[in-house]
Structure formats: structure tokens, C-alpha cells
Design a protein. Structure first.
Length: 322
């Protein structure tokens, strides 16, 4: 018996040695390492280029660039606060509206819709992600903005006009319109990823709740959604990152006003929109360097969003329902 086991162990060692020397395995491992290093190299190259090109602005304006509201190319005075405000406000409003809509669509597709309806609606949701950004911007100007002006803005003014958020007159080019367009643009991301996460929930979670006499809503809210909360948070973080970095649609519709806004009905600007709208007109070193510094700030914002999302996912997934 011992001799048989010894021979088997020798055969396993021999197979391992042969496999280690297999040309195909070696090539596969080298290519896999190269692909992984290439991804890391691309990220490092982007950060390096942004850092080098923004050196003049960092030396000239320092940390005060973050809270300065001056943006005067003639006087070579630049700041980022109004663009940071526009980026955060539009992205947060968009994800706040897209999150319940995306979860609702995903819940309908996974828990309620028949298979044929699931296929059709799922295809339509994913097709929204394929629509070019500039098309969303044109649709926002010619369709959404007039609808908001005639039907939504008057009601908001009459109801919530006493608050700074919805005070003043509404024009088509506004932070409010840009936020709603962003909501529609990130909805496919929120809904599609959430649907995949809900589909991955084991059926035992559902069957156990239903066997205890729970309703379908109780089953979804108390068993399915808590189990999938980590993935849902990840989906919303990806949607938030896309909303923060969206360019063309926001550039077309937000108005690109270089100032701090107090009302959603006012015009504003985001970091992405001011870079896209001003880069071709940048005719000085300080101007170009400031735009690169804005790009570095936007990169840091999206990076921070993803890091915080991962930490939140890890924290919510450590419990018994994660």
C-alpha cells in the first residue's frame, strides 16, 4: 500500500514538473501579467500626465485653487470651487433619483416580469446606455427643457419656491435640467448592474421567506435586498462616478456659467463641462495648466468615490446578510 502511494506521489510530482515547463502555460502566465501591468501602467500614465501638466497651476495658485471662485483667463486668475460645486450637485441629484428607479426596474425584471417582458424591457434599458451623450444633450434642450419649463418648473416654484433650491425663474439651460438628463443617462448602469446582482441572490432566500408566510414585498425587502446590498451599493457608486465625469450632454445643457449657483434653476458648470468648453480656447500656459489641474481634481474625486464605495461594500458585506 505504501509503495502504491509513493508511486502516485512521484507521478504527481512529475506531472507538476512537466506542467511547469509547458510552453503554453508559460506564455499564458506572461501574457496575463502583461495585461495586468498594462492596466496599471495606463492609470499611472494618466495620473503622471495630469500631475506634470498641472505643475504650473499648482505652483501659481496652490491649495487655494480648490476654494477660489475666480476664473478669468484675461487676468490669469483661476479657481475650481464653482466647478466642484456643479459636479457634486448634478452627480448627487442624479444618483439620488436614479437609485430608486434603478432598483425598482431591476426588482420588476427579476421578481415580477414574465420572461418575454424581461427580455424586451431589459434590452431597452441596456439600449439607453448605447445612446451617444451628445444625443442626450440635444434631447434635453429640445424636449426635456420645454416640458420642464411649461409643466414642472411652475409647480416647483409654487410649491417650493420659498426655498433657495427652487427659487428664481427657470430657463432651459440650467443645473436642474442637466441633473435630470444625467439621471436618465446613468439609469442603465444602476438598473442593469442591480438586476444582475438580484439575479445572483440564491433562490433559497426567496423560498425561505415565502415558506414563512411573507408577502412578495416582505420577501424582497427583508431577504433579497439585504442579501444584495453590497452589489447594489457598488452599482450606485459606478453610476455616481459616471455622472461626475459626464461631459458632452452636461456641456450642452447646463449653461456653463462660471459662478456659484444657489438655485437649481440657475445656470452652472461642472469640471468636465468647463474643460470641454474651454480647452480649445486656452491660449496661455496658466490657462492650459489650470484645465489640467481641474482634470486632476476630477480624477481624484472619481477615485475617492470608488474607494469609499469599496469600503462601504466591504463594511455592509461583513454582516450575516452580506
Amino acid at each position: 500500500m505504501f509503495s502504491i502511494l509513493s508511486a502516485l506521489a512521484q507521478r504527481i510530482d512529475l506531472l507538476k514538473q512537466v506542467r511547469r515547463g509547458n510552453t503554453g502555460d508559460v506564455i499564458y502566465k506572461v501574457l496575463a501579467y502583461l495585461f495586468g501591468l498594462a492596466l496599471l501602467g495606463i492609470v499611472v500614465a494618466i495620473i503622471w500626465e495630469l500631475w506634470v501638466q498641472s505643475a504650473f497651476a499648482r505652483q501659481e495658485f496652490g491649495i487655494s485653487f480648490l476654494w477660489s471662485t475666480s476664473f478669468d483667463p484675461v487676468q490669469a486668475q483661476f479657481g475650481a470651487l464653482q466647478f466642484i460645486q456643479g459636479t457634486l450637485v448634478t452627480a448627487v441629484v442624479a444618483v439620488s433619483l436614479a437609485a430608486p428607479l434603478g432598483i425598482g426596474i431591476a426588482a420588476f425584471l427579476v421578481e415580477i416580469a414574465p420572461r418575454r417582458v424581461n427580455a424586451v424591457v431589459g434590452f431597452l434599458v441596456e439600449m439607453l446606455a448605447a445612446i451617444p451623450s451628445v444625443v442626450y444633450g440635444l434631447w434635453g434642450i429640445f424636449v426635456l427643457a420645454p416640458f420642464l419649463r411649461d409643466y414642472v418648473a411652475p409647480w416647483l416654484t409654487a410649491t417650493l419656491g420659498w426655498t433657495p433650491m427652487f427659487s428664481g425663474s427657470f430657463s432651459g439651460y440650467s443645473v436642474f435640467t442637466a441633473s435630470l438628463v444625467l439621471t436618465i443617462m446613468i439609469l442603465p448602469t444602476a438598473a442593469a448592474i442591480t438586476r444582475n446582482v438580484l439575479q445572483a441572490v440564491p433562490k433559497e432566500q426567496r423560498e425561505g421567506m415565502l415558506a414563512l408566510g411573507a408577502t412578495r414585498w416582505e420577501m424582497f425587502s427583508q431577504a433579497v435586498l439585504p442579501y444584495a446590498k453590497g452589489g447594489v451599493i457598488g452599482a450606485m457608486a459606478l453610476a455616481l462616478g459616471r455622472a461626475a465625469g459626464e461631459t458632452m450632454a452636461v456641456t450642452i445643457i447646463i449653461g456653463n456659467a462660471r459662478r456659484i449657483f444657489t438655485s437649481m434653476f440657475e445656470q452652472g458648470a461642472t469640471i468636465a463641462s468647463v474643460i470641454a468648453g474651454n480647452f480649445t480656447d486656452a491660449d496661455s500656459g496658466a490657462y492650459v495648466s489650470s484645465l489640467f489641474l481641474l482634470g486632476l481634481i476630477l480624477f481624484a474625486m472619481t477615485f475617492t468615490i470608488n474607494v469609499l464605495a469599496r469600503l462601504l461594500i466591504k463594511a455592509t458585506s461583513s454582516g450575516p446578510t452580506g
